[in-house]
Design a protein around this ligand. Sequence first.
Ligand code: GCU
Length: 621
Amino acid sequence: MKNLVISFICFLGGYLLVTAQDNIIINTEGRNTVSLNGIWHYIIDPYETGFYDYRFKERRENDAGAYWNAPVLKEKTDWTEHGFKDPYPIQVPGDWNSQDRIFTYYEGTVWYQRSFDAPKVKKAEDVYLYFGAVNYETHVYLNGKKLGMHKGGFTPFNFKIPKELLQKTNNNLVVRVNNNRYPDEIPTVNTDWWNYGGITRDVKLVILPETFVQQYHLQLDQKQDILTAQKKKRFTISGWVKLNQLVTGGKVSVQIPELNIYEDYEASGDSVKIALQAKKIELWDTNNPKLYEVIISYNTDVVKDKIGFRKIEVYGDKILLNGRQIFLRGISIHEEIAQEVRRAHSKQDAVKLFGYVKELHANMVRLAHYPHNEYMPRMADSLGILVWTEIPVYWTIDFGNQEVYKKAETQLKEMITRDCNRASVIIWSVGNETPVSDTRTTFMSSLVKEAKQLDDTRLVSAALEVHYIDGVNYVDDPLGAYTDIVSLNEYLGWYGALPDACKTAKWETKYNKPFFISETGAGAKGGFHDVKEMRFSEEFQQWYYQEQIAMVKNNFPDNYTGLSPWILMDFRSPRRNNPEYQEGWNRKGLIDDKGHKKLAFYVLQQYYKEIEEQEKQGDRK
Ligand code: GCU
């Protein structure tokens, strides 16, 4: 059915179209790409010699000593003091820390280099260079010319390659990566995770027509009532399609063949608003993660995606998925493969991590404390696992600095732009354990509003602060007035007191919203057994989980909606230096760095199995 809709560029419905500055090409999996993954070469450059001359002045573009220029060695007398050669291989994607002992604690600049031949492209096609993520500051050069710079360690970015710059063969691609920490960055200088540096995710060339579908967002219109839509056999899917540039005509088409939807829109400007009707939709759900093939095109550009349609909402102090109350049986995860002491970055890594999640009988993951690689939310989509994803506004950010706010906002937009079509993602989190102050609450509540303006098809949260008054654990963090759910990190029995303090603990909150434990956990060295009173024994951690579960079952607020304990696996942290039990590892994992499941894993698994059984019997309150 052809449905000519006058398109327009502006704020659309509840959707703020992503701003022109944000030129991320989403869903590169569904496009014509050439991978640049593999062995590159590197130079470690702690003194920034490749970027500054001996007077510490930024090198000019054609400076022979600049590392983005290939050394010229024609005559024996030619002089150079840099070069990229085979004895210095580095794997891309992959953090540098795990690739050689010289990199383990390295923070600074590493130059990456590889050559590639131009892909076959038609005259009217362009080539873009796409990075899944690079931590932290990235400068990209091709054949001696700068393509651009990006800051932020956990979100994608891309640069268009000027046609005149691309050579048929032997293109010299040089990437300068710096992972130094600074007080005015996001995250700031202190985190409880390893500052893995490098080109940590996929790199690819994306071949696209001059005008193409750059971004889109399609989801059930969240204003509709599911039961009414089912009764009336009338579902609305709404959203938008954004092109990479302004056009004065042409056709945007959106097809969902399985729903017999074939809609065309006359394009004018750079965006069209989408409103689709369907008589019947198999809703995406944790027990039935139905994904539909969606085909979006503009003239010759066609991009395919798999999208699940569902509704997530807060109703009083409950979370509803498709109108049904859900309880979040979660687990927190860092983006790390502990057994190999490295950043996770591949589909295989996602399979491994979600294998543990399913074994735990969890139905939700908190991807802490930054957006993970795209394989994770895509796999969650296919497995029916709910996702909390987060920007690294962590601890003591420079909240009074407007430039810092812009950095946080940019990372929020990049996270939402990349994952806005992932049904599994139900919560955007704008930060973690930020110390309460008026400046901080203004900063954080602005991020909450921004997230809600960018996307009204999800909930927004943040890990809030708890404070202890007259023997009561009180959740009245002012940020809780803005978030959709009240999430808190609590370690009663680990940081202060012992696990049996849970028996008499009192909890209160001033917010009549879903009450979610975003973190709780205790440390244990895998394989270390002793009496339960022995800190870092598996028995202590087991005791902690037994007491915590008894507490949430017996004396916890009625609006308790779930938890995502800290954490699935032991992970690296420079803050954890107990020489007996930690040695640079945070040991709160339920699984250790050898893949050994600790006693506490089975305590949580049993709790989740019980909940699952109660839900199946329909007798969970
Ligand atoms: C905090 C923080 C985590 C940290 C954890 C811990 O809640 O959010 O990032 O790792 O506590 O102390 O282990």
